[in-house]
Design a binder for this molecule. Structure first.
Ligand SMILES: NC(=O)c1ccc[n+]([C@@H]2O[C@H](COP(=O)([O-])OP(=O)(O)OC[C@H]3O[C@@H](n4cnc5c(N)ncnc54)[C@H](O)[C@@H]3O)[C@@H](O)[C@H]2O)c1
Ligand SMILES: N[C@H](CO)Cc1c[nH]c[nH+]1
Ligand SMILES: [Zn+2]
Length: 870
């Protein structure tokens, strides 16, 4: 075992301490600080190792350990400190007392007092029986003459020279030149590798201890004071001996061009050059150079300059790491890397190196080993925050809630940055998985959507819905004010037709080109939805004289929700308004969040006019859904609510649907947009990428999936490069980055496999980029809408081809259809029996009613049959 040669004792008030001497002591090992002078601790370097001598009063011991003392010295007649492990206690005792102690209580060290002359066998005995390993036995001055035992020596009795002598006198060398191999490491460096290997002599080590500067022994040129000629000096943080005292380790803070004579950081720089560095070391190097001088447009530079953005990103990434699912290891790594990047930026900005972070980690680990770390429970604030989040009661605003008063879809300002690692130009990439190497659990994870727990969301919207139900228009108005950040007071929540006249909406606000496009889309949608309408009743004579009929009737009053949070979607007004109009609904309420000036976009007004909307409810979110479900003084109650929306809208629809007082139906729980593209090797990479991005731009919760059938690496790479290239050119790139982060590439071997996966996923939109796309349609069982072949982009369906774009998401395409004309109607059946019909069917009904014990049912037939017999 290697002992420090002595343990310097700081037993003087700080003012009387020779600061240089104390620094030298700390360079070579721990110092012992009397508790009454513990104020010195605050001035010690963070790297300093020290013990605190608490003597008879162990009450503060745990606190000293928590503050960073590595051990406490306690007198043997004192109660052992609570909350401190034995490993961290050094017992001050006489040899006799020590020998009388129970041997199952071991300590981290002993200080033997008294004047006993202690022999080697006694030391061995005490070490075996009373010390944890590794544990030290010190002698208080005079207690031992054993050269092996380090002595406690008052600092006032020490000089730097005597300290250096104590340290070097135990060094040995079996080399003819009596030098010691010396490993030099950077205390603040970027590489885990040493800076170099050199030699030391007793003289050079002595000088280093005394001066605190790196001094070594050159085998050719004698004493080598590092930096004397080059200027690249070293500050020595720590000097230690190896396990058998014949080699030395220097931890230094290197200045200037580096340690190596070739002016590189270290002598192993070929292996540690930035180009070769990976992971944290490479990141630290890059960030340091960005701090020094960043290229134009550097995202890191933006972070250095915008403290708020950096704070937001750290919190955002921490949350995303928390939310990453345990069963998705790659996602966890992905989020951890993001958090690490922003953490590093935070450190470098504050002048903290990764080595400082590691040092702090080590200190914590040392405490952890000794059982002195805090319990680790989270602060109450975070306990509550997480509980709120899980219960869905947090007050957080959803991203992108703010909306400008403009017809251009505004890019939300609340999630302005890139998804992944270090720079804004980090590739915008989806995660890739191979279906044939996936476990069942991994495959199940691929099928999941990045969505929030709906029951939590329902709890969250309840207070909004209930307030609107109870307080009506006033509540609607105040929620609109709050959530849509209106800059004006709304006089009324409702607008009535006419919504559009050439006078009310001038040409420069809604150009003819846009109106013509809306007109064309309207015509196509109308044609397709008229085609779906049932014009004739269904009539079937099931038995002679028994005629059954089914006929459709419009749902009288309908509400159509047109989202308006991150983008204003007049197309949705069209896609919901047309079938409502074709179905013949008499009251159509269109709800949409107003712009900040309280107005409704001219495109939506134009569509509302075209499809015959009765009134526009200027409200969005849960409050709009509640107003339509229950009705308010201004807003008519409706019988069914249609339309997509964010999680607030979807949850509110689910809630009101289950309230029998509302007596309202909903179309489906339509949520964040999604698309699956199935591509084979005939696919055009540019087309595929553009289709994926067209849905990724909808919202940060959107998910896009590419199923790649046996694509060679080069085509797959081409698609990925295209996604990245095209995304960067798009105005909503920040949203896309978030969505792409949650998106997937799934590799399959065959079309069969791809179709099975697609049917299990049940995408809202399915685009087939296949050699025989029409031939694959017969394999589609679950999907909202299918886009067949390279020239059928989903955008056509989203806007103007004629099919409806309000489609089931989340996998609900397994059981729901997209919105269609029949969604706005209900079916009524009827039957008409002739006398002959009843003669045949009547006895059958009587028999079945009797079997069910429902005599009144049987009677209703019997009385008629009796009449017919007369
Ligand atoms: N499946 C489809 O057919 C389809 C079609 C178009 C759009 N979409 C989806 O619809 C969604 C539209 O979402 P959006 O946000 O842009 O518009 P939105 O109109 O659905 O939601 C905006 C409203 O949400 C409410 N809200 C927002 N934050 C809130 C908070 N913190 N507390 C209470 N209420 C809050 C506000 O009332 C606001 O008016 C997107 O996810 C998009 O992908 C789906
Ligand atoms: N793709 C959306 C449905 O998921 C609809 C839409 C509206 N505007 C553009 N796209
Ligand atoms: Zn779309």
């Amino acid at each position: 075992m290697v002992y420090p040669a002595l343990l310097p004792l700081l037993n003087k008030p700080v003012a009387q301490v020779d600061a240089d001497l104390l620094a030298a002591c700390i360079r070579v090992g721990p110092v012992l600080v009397l508790a009454e002078h513990s104020d010195v601790i605050a001035d010690l370097a963070p790297t300093a190792e020290y013990y605190i001598d608490v003597g008879h009063d162990a009450s503060q011991a745990a606190q000293y350990i928590a503050q960073g003392a590595s051990k406490v010295v306690v007198d043997s007649d004192t109660h052992l400190p609570e909350g401190v492990s034995r490993q961290s206690v050094i017992l001050r005792t006489t040899v006799d007392q020590a020998q009388g102690r129970p041997t199952h209580h071991k300590f981290g060290g002993l200080i033997l007092t008294g004047s006993d002359n202690i022999d080697a066998a006694t030391i061995e005995h005490l070490r075996d029986n009373l010390l944890e390993s590794p544990g030290l036995i010190f002698s208080e001055s005079g207690a031992s003459t054993s050269p092996e035992m380090p002595k406690v020596v008052a600092l006032s009795k020490l000089s730097k020279e005597s300290l250096a002598f104590a340290f070097t006198s135990t060094l040995t060398s079996d080399r003819p030149d009596k030098l010691f191999a010396t490993v030099v490491c950077a205390a603040n460096g970027t590489s885990a590798l040493p800076l170099g290997l050199v030699y030391s002599s007793v003289e050079s080590v002595t000088e280093s201890i005394i001066t605190g500067r790196g001094v070594y022994q050159s085998r050719k040129h004698g004493l080598w004071r590092k930096g004397e000629t080059s200027g690249s000096t070293q500050k020595v943080v720590r000097i230690r001996k190896d396990c058998d005292n014949d080699a030395v380790l220097f931890e230094v803070e290197q200045s200037g061009t580096g340690f190596c004579h070739l002016e590189t950081e270290g002598c192993f720089s070929d292996v540690t050059s930035t180009a070769e560095k990976k992971g944290v070391a490479a990141l630290e190097e890059t960030l340091k150079s960005r701090l020094a001088s960043a290229p134009e447009g550097s995202y890191t530079a933006r972070l250095f300059n915008d403290g708020k953005l950096l704070q937001q990103k750290i919190m955002e990434e921490a949350e995303e790491l928390v939310e990453a699912k345990d069963d998705d290891a790659r996602h966890v790594a992905f989020e951890a890397a993001d958090l690490l990047y922003f953490t590093m930026v935070r450190c470098i900005k504050a002048g903290v190196s990764w080595a400082d972070v590691e040092r702090s980690l080590d200190e914590k680990a040392a405490k952890g080993k000794k059982g002195e770390r805090r319990q680790g429970d989270a602060k109450q604030k975070w306990v509550e925050k997480l509980a709120d989040k899980q219960n869905g009661t947090s007050e957080e605003k959803l991203p992108g809630q703010a909306k400008e008063s403009t017809t251009d879809a505004p890019v939300p300002k609340t999630f302005p940055t890139e998804p992944t690692a270090e720079e804004a130009d980090a590739p915008i990439r989806m995660r890739t998985s191979s279906l044939d190497s996936c476990t069942a659990d991994e495959k199940a994870a691929l099928l999941k959507r990045p969505v929030m727990d709906s029951s939590a969301m329902i709890e969250r919207v309840k207070p909004i819905v209930n307030k609107v139900r109870d307080e009506g228009d006033a509540a609607v108005r105040s929620f609109t004010q709050q959530f849509d950040r209106l800059q004006v007071q709304l006089e009324s929540n409702i607008m009535r037709a006419p919504f559009y006249t050439p006078e009310s909406v001038p040409e420069d606000v809604l150009p003819k080109k846009v109106r013509d496009a809306i007109d064309s889309a309207y015509a196509n949608l109308k044609a397709f939805h008229v085609g779906q309408a049932e014009t004739k009743p269904l009539v079937v004579e099931t038995m002679p004289g028994v005629v059954c009929t089914r006929f459709a009737r419009p749902i009288d009053r309908v509400g159509i929700y047109v989202p308006g949070g991150t983008a204003i979607l007049p197309s949705t007004a069209l896609h919901l308004g047309v079938p409502a109009q074709v179905a013949g609904c008499t009251t159509i309420v269109l709800a949409t969040p107003p712009r900040q000036d309280g107005s409704i976009s001219p495109e939506v007004l134009y569509v509302a006019q075209l499809v015959g909307v009765s009134c526009i409810l200027k409200a969005g979110g849960a409050q709009a859904v509640a107003a339509m479900a229950y009705g308010t003084e201004e807003c008519p109650k409706v019988d069914k609510i249609f339309g997509p929306g964010n999680q607030w809208v979807t949850a509110a629809k689910m809630l009101v649907q289950n309230d029998t007082h509302a007596l309202v139906g909903i179309d489906m729980p339509a949520g964040p947009s999604e698309v699956m593209v199935i591509a084979d090797k005939t696919a055009n990479a540019i087309f595929v990428a553009s289709d994926l991005l067209s849905q990724a731009e909808h919202g940060i919760d959107s998910q896009v999936v590419l199923v790649a059938i046996d694509l060679d690496d080069s085509l797959l790479e081409e698609i990925e490069v295209e996604v990245d290239r095209q995304a960067r050119a798009l105005p909503r790139v920040d949203i896309i980055k978030q969505a792409i982060k949650k998106s997937l590439i799934v590799k399959t071997k065959t079309l069969d496999e791809a179709m099975v996966f697609s049917n299990e996923y049940a995408p809202e939109h399915l685009i087939l980029h296949l050699e025989d796309a029409p031939g694959a349609v017969k394999f589609v069982n679950n999907a909202g809408s299918v886009f067949v072949g390279a020239f059928s982009p989903e955008s056509c369906g989203d806007y103007a081809s004629g099919t409806n774009h309000t489609l089931p998401t989340y996998g609900y395409a397994r059981q729901f259809s997209g919105v269609n004309t029949l969604s706005f109607q209900k079916h009524i059946t009827s039957q008409e029996l002739t006398q002959d019909g009843l003669r045949v069917l009547g006895p059958i009904v009587v028999t079945l009613a009797e079997r069910e014990g429902l005599e009144a049912h049987a009677n209703a037939v019997r009385v008629r049959l009796a009449e017919l017999k007369q």
